[in-house]
Design a protein around this ligand. Sequence first.
Ligand code: ADP
Length: 385
Amino acid sequence: MTSPRAVLLPPDDRTGVGPLLPLESLTAPAFRGFFDNLGVGGVQISTDGRFLQVNQRFIELTGYPREQLLEMRVGDLDHPDDREPDRERWDAFLHDPAVKYDVEKRYVRRDGSTIWVHVTAARIPMSGEQVTIAKTVEDVTERVLATHALREREQRLREALAVKEEFLGMVSHELRTPLTVILGLANVVARNGSSHAQVQRTVLEIRESAEHLASLLESMLVLARVGEEAPELEPILIDRVAMRAVDRHREVFPNRKIGVKVRTSTPLVDGHEPWIAHVISNKLGNAEKYSPGKGRISVIVDRDEADVCVRVLDEGRGIADEDMPHIFEAFYRAAHAVKDSGGLGLGLAVCKRLIDLQGGEVWAQAREGSGAEFGFSLPALDAED
Ligand code: ADP
């Protein structure tokens, strides 16, 4: 029978398999050559962690010269975050022969860079009771980083999927509400017996719900189009757009006190009119939704050196400090909004997107006293430009 303590010599030409020779026949220089030319790092260490031997590959892996390594302890190479857990595993391995040491952890190289290594250890009985430890150390950085990247991507996908599911749930709810209203009201109109005035009122309500539905769909489309560029921009008198938006608002909410103040004679910007109209209407809609019926809504068109600014002011509850950093994020809604009113939290995200695409900026702030200010600015276009 072949002795288990054996080495494999180079393959035989005919059989392709090398004869096995007893390990004892391996001379010290031969072992040295074998050890030094291993494709993985190899070290021999004392049970208190001092390096006794290190091979060439280990020197390359760590970046330290042999002499310096022989003055170090094996734990010195461990990444600070891995030291504590590794010390526990190492102690268990030293004290219990049944425990294996087979770990992946990080080393900090001499130049400060971090690598991932796969380390295995085995006891080597020496004379008497003495043992030393042989370790193999393999650089597995590429594999570990690829695995981490894969895991991160998986995690992001899972999050995106969760957001999508939540989004679909909210969307179907939000779309169903105006649709139900439209269907209900259409049935009322279809029934004979309503007066002309009643029919007219109902048709207006149907239009309101249909507009809400259309704007929801529009918002989703805007946010879904990633990397979209602005269409050809053209000179626009922004005060006109603001006035038209306010007129439309008055038609739908005739009891609201609402007005436009134009404080510049040159409210000219380079923009895309339907987008600007959408942004102003959205802010008016929010002012309507988040301020009491008797509060005033004011639209102020102004300009400074470089920009034309539009601010929509209301006398509602304003914006809490904790909501301020988030209100332009898609799907973000303040707790009071979730409790008191419907909405997807998309309106402001869409406004920001549309204004960004036209080279402008959006902002929100609480007004002194009470109420909120929602504004945007677009680069001004001087008449002679
Ligand atoms: P939605 O109105 O569907 O919630 P928006 O994106 O338009 O979505 O608004 C995001 C959040 O910003 C709202 O949920 C609300 O908390 C806050 N907000 C927007 N406009 C106002 C306003 N005029 N006053 C107070 N809070 C507002």
